[in-house]
Design a protein around this ligand. Structure first.
Ligand SMILES: [Zn+2]
Length: 150
């Protein structure tokens, strides 16, 4: 019985993976309120920068991409069983390097045991570590600032 239940459950999860993951990665590409060489999945409530800059910024984008990731991005990639780097490449058709800031790392550390997998993934040596100079560990402002600067 346990076996019979496993099959369908897995199939359903796979489906969720594909649509959800593709959507989130596409959003990253199609919704660049900013972005130069650095890209990021932003929280939805961030105020939009002038849309006139949309294409201007986009044309400057080119591989290899450096992708700023936040805490949730890592967590969702785990939930959807996606390899961060590989999924990025599948989506953007180019070499991608996930970038983890100090504060994102700190956020993951603060989340504790439940997110230890995320922390381990974030410590992957293939990922680029970006040092932070700001106070505290609130990552959202930090990421927005980095993107704006670029
Ligand atoms: Zn930071």
């Amino acid at each position: 019985m346990g076996r019979a239940r496993k099959g369908p459950k897995f199939a359903v999860m796979k489906k969720v993976v594909t649509s959800k993951a593709i959507k989130s990665y596409k959003e990253e590409v199609l919704n660049p309120n900013k972005k130069d060489l650095t890209k990021e999945k932003l929280p939805r409530n961030v105020p939009n920068v002038s849309s006139a800059l949309f294409f201007k910024y986009n044309t400057a984008l080119g591989p290899p991409y450096r992708v700023l990731v936040d805490t949730n991005f890592i967590n969702f990639s785990i939930q959807n069983k996606l390899d961060l780097e590989k999924a990025m490449m599948d989506c953007l058709y180019a070499k991608c390097t996930p970038c983890i800031t100090d504060c994102v790392m700190a956020e993951l550390e603060k989340l504790g045991q439940k997110y230890r997998v995320a922390l381990r993934i974030a410590k992957d040596p293939r990922f680029e570590r970006l040092p932070c100079t700001h106070k505290g560990t609130y990552a959202d402002d930090c990421l927005v600032e980095r993107v704006t600067q670029s």
